[in-house]
Design a protein around this ligand. Structure first.
Ligand code: HEM
Ligand code: HEM
Length: 171
């Protein structure tokens, strides 16, 4: 099988850093401790790096390659409901909407988590609620994101999760 390099090492490293930090921060559930803060800030930092890389990175890492403009997204969604969505080498537009949402939620957790440590919001119930609610929505969407990766893998007879590890896809 002929393969082609799609995801550069930085894209892959950022992805799996996010996976480890987000899932462990959710699972540990010890909101106040230093480990939680570190993992949360590493995740937020990884997102910021990914955004910068989206402008200067390799071909399929760039926003220009996958940003879900309506002219990309609408035809894709139409095809998806007819179950005729095309296979894409880079990110598909629906996946791109999800990725941008996940990244925004991680950043929101970094900001609300930081605010929880300031004098103004220390122990503030509303801010705690926003932080926890954001974390819950993020985890829910992560489940959907991972499920979609598996479903699209089956539909296009390829292993997208493995591609996020090796960087390679079938041509
Ligand atoms: C990936 C990012 C993050 C995730 C998934 C996450 C998730 C959570 C969750 C689920 C809780 C509730 C814990 C419980 O049940 O009591 C929590 C609490 C908390 N988090 Fe985060 N968090 C993240 C980032 C951060 C950051 C960057 C900070 C601060 C630097 C932070 C500070 C806190 C604090 C202070 C609490 C305790 C709130 C309370 O007293 O109930 N978090 N976080
Ligand atoms: C835990 C939190 C997660 C976050 C925040 C997250 C976020 C992201 C982001 C931002 C991307 C875009 C990659 C890039 O261009 O930089 C992505 C892609 C991807 N993620 Fe995740 N992800 C998470 C978990 C997972 C899990 C658990 C799986 C595995 C089942 C997974 C599988 C994938 C795959 C296969 C792609 C590439 C999709 C494609 O081929 O277009 N992700 N993810």
């Amino acid at each position: 099988m002929k393969t082609i390099k799609i995801w550069d090492p930085l894209v892959r490293a950022i992805h799996w850093t996010l996976v480890v930090c987000v899932i462990s921060n959710f699972a540990l559930k010890e909101g106040g401790d230093a480990l939680h803060h570190w993992l949360g800030y590493i995740a937020a930092g990884a997102v910021i790096l990914r955004v910068l890389w989206g402008f200067v990175g390799t071909r399929h890492a760039r926003f220009a390659d996958f940003f879900p403009t309506s002219s990309r997204l609408v035809p894709y969604l139409n095809a998806l409901v007819r179950r005729q969505e095309p296979r894409m080498l880079g990110h598909n537009p629906a996946a791109a909407v999800m990725m941008l949402t996940l990244m925004a939620l991680v950043l929101a957790l970094g900001v609300t988590g930081f605010l929880l440590g300031t004098d103004t919001f220390w122990g503030d119930d509303l801010m705690k609620g926003i932080h926890e609610w954001t974390a819950n929505v993020l985890i829910g969407l992560v489940g959907l994101h991972a499920l979609a990766a598996v479903v699209e893998s089956i539909r296009h007879r390829e292993n997208l999760v493995w591609s996020m590890i090796t960087g390679k896809k079938r041509e």
